[in-house]
Design a protein around this ligand. Structure first.
Ligand SMILES: Nc1ncnc2c1ncn2[C@@H]1O[C@H](COP(=O)(O)OP(=O)(O)OP(=O)(O)O)[C@@H](O)[C@H]1O
Ligand SMILES: [Mg+2]
Length: 248
């Protein structure tokens, strides 16, 4: 989907969003939309402000200024109603280690008040091919299995907006590819909207309908991978990344 495509109804409108930590402006007056049903890639060097932006969309971090609108409603004023429609997965967030896969999903199912919880847990275990792992303790999972557990937790609520912060970090190419397929299949099946971060440029190109390029808290480019590559006069996204990261 490109910004010119007919389906540009905004699910999320981010307006002048800013976060300052003790004098450091991590996110600096950024404005962008996430269109209904798209996969939007959030790209940028280490410390660019990607995770902080995602955390503000989840209201884990309070913005210093600016607004997030979800379905036209302000996150600040409709927090509970909006957060029920969002979920997230990150390879950096630890799941309760001393519980089994199934117990983890049970805990999150209760926390999120998932309707028909037991049935939904079974469905998610099957969707992510995790039924054989159900009794395994989280601390004994491999990183690929842990990623799948994190995705399972996120899929549990069938969110309208899925935020994925480096879901394929530290995965081998085979498991990373399977994870991408799972996310794609899930998105097709449930027509959800996804905001996605990754440091893998090929993955960004393949997964994202559009990309927002952040550098030092500011948006430096928005568009399809081809549009951004053309804008910077580079061969591919990798070269754009190196140019931005090294020259600002
Ligand atoms: N809780 C915090 N307190 C102070 N500074 C923070 C905090 N969280 C993030 N920062 C700073 O904000 C900036 C942006 O961090 P953020 O984690 O959003 O970057 P990122 O784009 O996700 O980077 P990476 O690719 O390394 O994950 C960094 O300089 C970071 O040190
Ligand atoms: Mg990050």
């Amino acid at each position: 989907m490109s910004p010119q495509s007919p389906n540009t109804k905004s699910l999320v409108e981010v307006r002048e969003l800013t976060k300052t930590f003790n004098g450091l402006t991590a996110v600096d007056h950024i404005s962008f939309d996430i269109y209904e049903g798209e996969i939007l890639g959030l790209l940028g060097p280490n410390g660019a402000g990607k995770t902080t932006t995602i955390h503000m969309l989840l209201d884990i971090v309070s913005p210093s200024s600016g607004n997030v609108l979800f379905g036209g409603k302000n996150l600040r004023h409709h927090r509970e109603e909006i957060l029920r429609q969002i979920n997230f997965a990150s390879s950096h967030i630890a799941m309760p280690f001393s519980l089994t896969v199934e117990e983890n999903l049970e805990i999150f199912g209760r926390l999120y008040e998932v309707p028909h919880r037991k049935t939904r847990i079974e469905q998610v275990l099957e969707e992510l091919e995790m039924t054989s792992l159900r009794s395994k303790l989280a601390r004994t999972l491999s990183s690929g299995q842990m990623t799948r557990l994190s995705l399972a937790k996120a899929f549990l609520t069938q969110p309208r907006l899925l935020l994925l912060d480096e879901p394929t970090a530290s995965l081998d190419p085979d498991i990373a590819d399977k994870t991408r397929t799972l996310v794609r299949e899930y998105q097709r099946r449930f027509a959800c909207t996804i905001l996605y971060t990754s440091h893998n440029m090929k993955e960004m190109e393949h997964m994202s309908d559009r990309i927002i390029f952040l550098n030092r808290g500011k948006i430096v480019a928005t568009g399809t991978a081809q549009e951004i590559t053309a804008k910077f006069g580079q061969r591919d996204l990798e070269d754009v990344f190196l140019t931005v990261a090294r020259n600002g």
